[in-house]
Design a protein. Structure first.
Length: 428
């Protein structure tokens, strides 16, 4: 969901150690938000800005040196001293050197000014100024080796400073999740999927009239999540459990309207089934249907050569590598969990709005793939989601692909407000 600079390299890659859980970082108290530079700094707001002596800090120093100087004398041997072999297996040293140089050529040298959030021991997002943009430099390192497992340079996300009793880092059982709540009023809108920075603008507009919360799921988007890591693989049940604990820990009371995008639509259905008294309404923004992968396999049998279909069916539920999905979300198991939950506890009557994409982004399907059949199935499944509640709304975002909340934010706001008004009407 994160919008990135067009020359992003290694974007979205995060070969995180996924078998251990990082404990809550006490080092966060050593960081101060410095208004003058709109960043978190270590120790004080006096210059020069310091980097921590943590494993991430040591590697961040090396990465920032390359982004500031353009890596003119960088060698493959030096890269291999800093970069984990798992990442080198995907991006060889020479390719990393070329990426450093081309990025500096395009955006200019980077000057460090602080962090986007209080950095963790093994992950952090440094904020840096370049002649052409404010940049975010993300670095993750392996807890086992101290070597870099993920790095990149993107357009900087907004620096989010938690304010108020319901915002900040809250313990959900030995690890912390970050939540941002703004505004006042009931019901509370809760965004599901993506980071607080992804929902930042939409949340600011929506919170003028009610309370709105967004949170950073564990591991989503690698170093950019402000929340502590969690064991993997993850499922929708893990997401629903985390969110329930987080809302309780943050003191968010009363009924909520869940606005879930993509997989977040699936997780919102699961949450609503599990916590029917808490959920007052749903907005599913191009949400995943609980039967999507199973029915997609069945549909494609009539559109693919037999050998190709068998290969697809055999691997459709495989977990993507961590370079693609740091969260290691088991989506097929999550769909099964949601089907089972809805079978046992169907949704209670509530306002529901379904928003579907009307455009297909270039590169969504490979050449020769039955895109028309895929889109027809997605449309049918969106109709079925709308059919979960009598009197629901199903709106097609004619000018958007899957990223509707960024491409047609007014439409998303309108549908959320429609559900809020319906909930308030029901409560009068």
């Amino acid at each position: 969901m994160r919008h990135t600079f067009r020359s992003v390299w290694l974007a979205g890659l995060a070969l995180l150690a996924t078998t251990t859980v990082t404990p809550p970082a006490n080092a966060a108290r050593d960081y101060l938000y410095c208004r003058d530079v709109n960043a978190y700094e270590l120790g004080s707001c006096r210059t020069p800005t310091r980097l921590p002596t943590s494993p991430m800090g040591k590697q961040m120093r090396w990465v920032l040196t390359q982004f500031s100087a353009g890596a003119p004398s960088l060698t493959e041997a030096e890269v291999e001293q800093h970069v984990d072999p798992q990442l080198l297996a995907v991006f060889p040293a020479q390719q990393i050197i070329a990426a450093f140089r081309s990025t500096v050529d395009e955006v200019g040298p980077a000057t460090f000014r602080g962090f986007d959030y209080p950095a963790r021991q093994h992950e952090g997002v440094a904020l840096a100024d370049t002649p052409t943009l404010a940049a975010g430099v993300n670095v993750s390192v392996s807890p086992a080796t101290g070597l870099i497992t993920d790095l990149g340079l993107t357009e900087a996300p907004p620096t989010i400073v938690p304010r108020g009793p319901h915002s900040g880092w809250f313990d959900v059982g030995g690890r912390r999740l970050f939540i941002r709540c703004t505004g006042h009023g009931s019901p509370t809108v809760v965004f599901e999927n993506g980071l607080t920075s992804d929902w930042y603008d939409l949340q600011n507009r929506l919170s003028r009239r009610t309370q709105v919360c967004s949170y950073d799921p564990a591991l989503q988007n690698g170093a950019f999540t402000r929340s502590d890591p969690a064991p993997t693989p993850r499922t929708g049940a893990d997401r629903a459990s985390d969110l329930h604990r987080l809302l309780r820990a943050a003191g968010v009371r009363g009924r909520v309207v869940l606005a879930g995008h993509s997989n977040g639509g699936l997780f919102s259905l699961l949450y609503a089934s599990r916590h029917p008294r808490q959920v007052a309404g749903l907005v599913l923004i191009d949400g995943v249907h609980p039967g999507y992968h199973r029915r997609n396999v069945r549909m494609l049998r009539n559109h693919l050569p037999q050998a190709k279909w068998r290969e697809f069916a055999a691997h459709v539920c495989d977990l993507p590598p961590t370079v693609i999905d740091p969260e290691q979300m088991d989506i097929c198991r999550s769909e099964q969990q949601t089907r089972n939950a809805l079978r046992r506890h169907p949704l209670r009557p509530m306002p529901l709005s379904v928003i579907s994409h009307g455009q297909v982004a270039p590169g969504t399907y490979p050449d020769g793939w039955p895109a028309h059949a895929e889109e027809a199935l997605w449309s049918r499944l969106q109709d079925e989601l709308a059919a979960l509640e009598r009197g629901s709304r199903h709106v097609v975002a004619t000018r958007s692909d899957h990223d509707i909340q960024h491409q047609q934010p007014r439409l998303v706001l309108h549908e959320i407000w429609t559900v809020i008004d319906a909930v308030r009407g029901h409560n009068r």
